[in-house]
Design a protein around this ligand. Structure first.
Ligand SMILES: [Zn+2]
Length: 315
């Protein structure tokens, strides 16, 4: 289903007179360009036409959310009972204090280990596997682009479109998947359907209209054409939530220094290779990267970072 037609998908403003802006493919700098429309209503940036062969842009080596990695979590040392008990304790400490080992979005959103979670567009489920090690129990992932269902360390990841998912969950999580889909209204409708009574939805994604957008324009690293189909402003998210019978309860910012070094690389015509730190270190000094990390923390505190999370409840 393609909901990204001529009008702004978020606020419905007629797109005919919207300024057209050109974005380059920047993970690999293939030389391809894509036209985006800047909505005059809500300020969102939306791809003018969804490429028919969008799948091709996910096969590139830089995009790895489907590659089954032999990550640290699969090692026997991590899997023994003592390590697991230690990791659960560390997870609890991180959720309380933000220190030590943990997942930042879990703390930012306030997801308790007692709550059930479904992650829509989870890729291979790397976040869920980490959550499981940190003490979370009821975890399901889903991604229609997986080759098959996956079972990893007690986490099931289903090869399913969001419209085919069943059950109810305390949290419906979308970790940087919402900006990739051509059917965002249908996706939020699925999320609303999957919410348990009192449940919440967490949408983490780039934030259009941020400081990096104003500084770098179409060289802003989060545009990621053509994979990011829409870059939503907070106003756009409000409108999308409302259309699904939901509302934004609160928002947090969690951008990192990629917004600055990634955009600087793009400005110089260099690929960022899937936000690869190796690529950053090859071109910028350690001191510069540290300064950008600090600046990103400050941008988040001021509500000007280029990525964040929206916590939604029923309206
Ligand atoms: Zn709009």
């Amino acid at each position: 289903m393609n909901e990204l037609t001529d009008d702004c998908v978020a606020c419905g403003t007629d797109g005919r007179d919207a300024p057209r802006l050109v974005a380059r493919e920047t993970q690999d700098m293939t030389g391809e360009t894509f036209v985006y429309r800047l909505c005059q209503g809500c300020g969102s940036l939306q791809i003018d036409e969804v490429p028919d062969d969008l799948g091709r842009y996910y096969d590139a080596s830089s995009y790895s959310s489907f590659a089954v990695k032999t990550s640290l979590v699969d090692r026997p040392l991590v899997q023994n009972p003592l390590s697991r008990a230690l990791l659960r304790t560390m997870g609890a400490v991180h959720r309380r204090t933000g220190r030590g080992l943990g997942l930042r979005f879990v703390r930012d959103a306030g997801i308790s280990p007692r709550e059930s979670v479904i992650d829509i567009g989870s890729g291979i489920g790397e976040n869920l596997v980490h959550m499981r090690l940190l003490g979370h129990r009821e975890l399901v992932g889903s991604d229609p682009f997986l080759p098959e269902d996956v079972d990893r360390n007690g986490v099931t990841v289903l090869r399913r479109h969001h419209s085919e998912l069943t059950g109810t969950y305390d949290w419906v999580v979308m970790n940087h998947s919402f900006e990739h889909v051509p059917d965002p209204h249908a996706m939020l409708a699925s999320a609303a359907r999957l919410m348990a009574p009192g449940g919440r939805v967490l949408v983490r994604m780039p934030v259009m209209g941020c400081a990096a957008w104003h500084r770098y324009g179409m060289d802003w690293s989060q545009i990621d054409a053509p994979r990011h189909l829409v870059l939503y402003t907070p106003e756009a998210m409000d409108a999308m939530a409302q259309a699904a019978g939901l509302r934004v309860q609160r928002m947090f910012y969690d951008s990192w220094s990629f917004q600055l070094w990634g955009s600087e690389l793009i400005r110089q015509g260099l690929p960022h290779k899937g936000a690869s730190l190796q690529q950053a270190r090859a071109h910028f000094s350690r001191q510069q990267l540290k300064a950008w990390e600090q600046e990103s923390r400050e941008l988040n505190e001021r509500g000007e970072g280029d990525a964040g999370g929206y916590v939604l409840t029923r309206a």
